[in-house]
Ligand binder design. Structure first.
Ligand SMILES: O=C(O)CCC(=O)C(=O)O
Ligand SMILES: [Fe+2]
Length: 481
């Protein structure tokens, strides 16, 4: 195989937001679906629906500038991820101001059963906070007419609550990340949200508040903020988040004593906290960053998982260092053990990024050892009609796609063309011999459909299996690296 391995095609970029719909397409359906209303109601509904369409189709979608949720506290349940509605155990906060040796502790919500769960413990935490400033330009300002709150730095406290345990970060990725950049960029780069704990804040009744502001971005990669409201009773203190003329009102007071509540929003949203009239509104704030784009081929960043820790590494490394193993180079192949939609439109975006289990290990280890690794489809030998063109199978070797092709639908028929010609024209491939296969085919996807001519015409389909190929350099090259 003379350097047959190359990366697949990059598909065309897609619409900027998932599910975006064109206004004109939807309007017709919408109008015909409310014929019994009176004309003025119709106008109102039409206007509302048009606004809705604009919201949904919006570039940086106004439909998804904020999101939030509630996690009830349960004294007995553990969060094992099995429940659809997860609950949180009591939240412990430990803190220590610099000179102190022993950490102090409060258990929330207060249930008065121990000193750690008493109002005095919470009061201690509040009094150990220092006045919270806010950013204006490049300065940190202390202005009680703009913000009345206490703060503690992450260096001085720790908590048993972690947003990732409740899949909050995953949800934020799914809701807010798609609008940060377009779909193709997000999928291609394997972007993720990273939450950095920024502050513990307390807004105390009867006068804690924070006037309308936009958070100061801590880096160009910051896309938003996450606020987690710990379970402690308070009244007032609504968080209002605004974006493009829309406002979301997070009213956490009614369940403040029995649940953790959270909100996340984009960095460019202005927001404010209304006055806390009673109690303590205790929050953890996090800066949300979008992670550095991963190089499309770096499936496992070796800075995060060292390839030598993967069990397959030892075996393959020994082979690489053996002069008898492929002295003149060669190609190892495994058919993927897991099913991937490798003939879907965005297959070449999603693979190899979404490889799993042994496929991921094989790919990463060989990549780390210096092989050229690629995922390509192999056309199956399935014969599903009488007029099968035997030419197609008479030659040696595998029909390997030149890239991860989307399922092709040919309008050619075997009445006028040989199947060989149809495959050659419609499914770009190379015929490759000499692959050392380590596994057999497991999963098939529709690769090429065409019109098969028999007693009557039918649509016939050939299937492909995704395989990982590793081109191993010859011994001379291997021994010199
Ligand atoms: O506590 C909140 O709800 C928001 C806090 C906030 O806006 C901030 O810390 O910048
Ligand atoms: Fe803020």
């Amino acid at each position: 195989m003379s350097k047959p391995l190359r990366m697949g095609n990059t598909p065309q970029s897609q619409a900027s937001d998932d599910g975006a719909v064109s206004n004109s397409e939807v309007s017709a359906d919408v109008r015909s679906s409310h014929v019994s209303a009176n004309p003025s109601q119709l106008n109102d509904i039409d206007t509302a629906l048009e606004e809705l369409m604009t919201t949904i189709a919006g570039e940086r979608s106004a439909a998804s500038f904020a999101c939030g949720g509630t996690i009830p506290i349960s004294k007995t349940d553990t969060n094992d991820g099995a429940n659809a509605t997860p609950t949180s155990p009591l939240v412990k906060v430990y803190w220590s101001l610099q000179e102190e040796i022993n950490a102090r502790k409060v258990i929330l919500p207060l249930d008065h059963t121990s000193a750690d769960s008493s109002p005095a413990a919470l009061k201690q935490l509040v009094s150990d906070c220092s006045p919270a400033t806010f950013g204006r330009g490049n300065e940190d300002i202390l202005d009680p007419s703009y913000r009345q709150a206490g703060k503690m730095e992450p260096a001085n406290f720790t908590t048993t609550f972690h947003p990732a345990d409740f899949r909050i970060i995953t949800l934020i990725e799914r809701i807010l990340l798609p609008s940060v950049s377009d779909h193709t960029e997000n999928s291609l780069m394997g972007r993720a949200i990273f939450a950095e704990l920024y502050k513990l804040n307390v807004y105390s009744g009867p006068s804690g508040f924070f006037r309308s502001h936009v958070d100061t971005p801590r880096s160009v990669r910051q896309v938003g903020s996450l606020v987690v409201c710990l379970p402690a009773a308070f009244k007032g203190g609504n968080l209002l988040v605004r974006h493009q003329g829309k406002e979301i009102d997070f009213d956490w007071a009614p369940t403040s004593a029995i649940a953790i509540q959270w909100a996340a929003f984009y960095s460019d949203c202005s927001h404010e906290i209304k006055t806390v009239t009673e109690g303590e509104r205790l929050t953890l704030t996090y800066n949300l960053y979008v992670t550095e784009p991963e190089h499309a081929v770096t499936v496992i960043p070796s800075s995060l998982v060292e390839p030598w820790t993967l069990p397959l590494y030892g075996q393959l490394n020994a082979l690489f260092h053996n002069s008898q193993f492929f002295p003149n180079g060669g190609v190892l192949g495994i058919y993927c053990a897991h099913a991937y939609a490798h003939t879907s439109e965005d297959a070449s975006i999603n693979l190899p990024r979404t490889l799993k289990g042994s496929d991921l290990v094989f790919y990463s280890v060989l990549d780390a050892l210096g092989a050229t690794v690629e995922i390509l489809p192999v056309l199956g030998h399935r014969k599903d009609n009488y007029y099968w063109d035997t030419d197609c199978e008479s030659e040696d070797g595998e029909l390997i796609g030149t890239g991860l092709h989307a399922h092709r639908k040919s309008c050619f028929s075997t009445e006028s063309h040989s199947l060989n010609d149809i495959v050659c024209d419609e499914w770009p491939h190379e015929r490759v011999t000499g692959i050392t296969w380590l596994t057999g085919q497991k999963h098939w996807e529709e690769a090429l459909s065409y019109i098969a001519y028999g007693n009557q015409s039918t649509i016939s389909t050939r299937y492909s299996a995704a395989a990982i190929f590793a081109a191993i350099p010859n011994w001379e090259e291997r021994s010199s690296t």
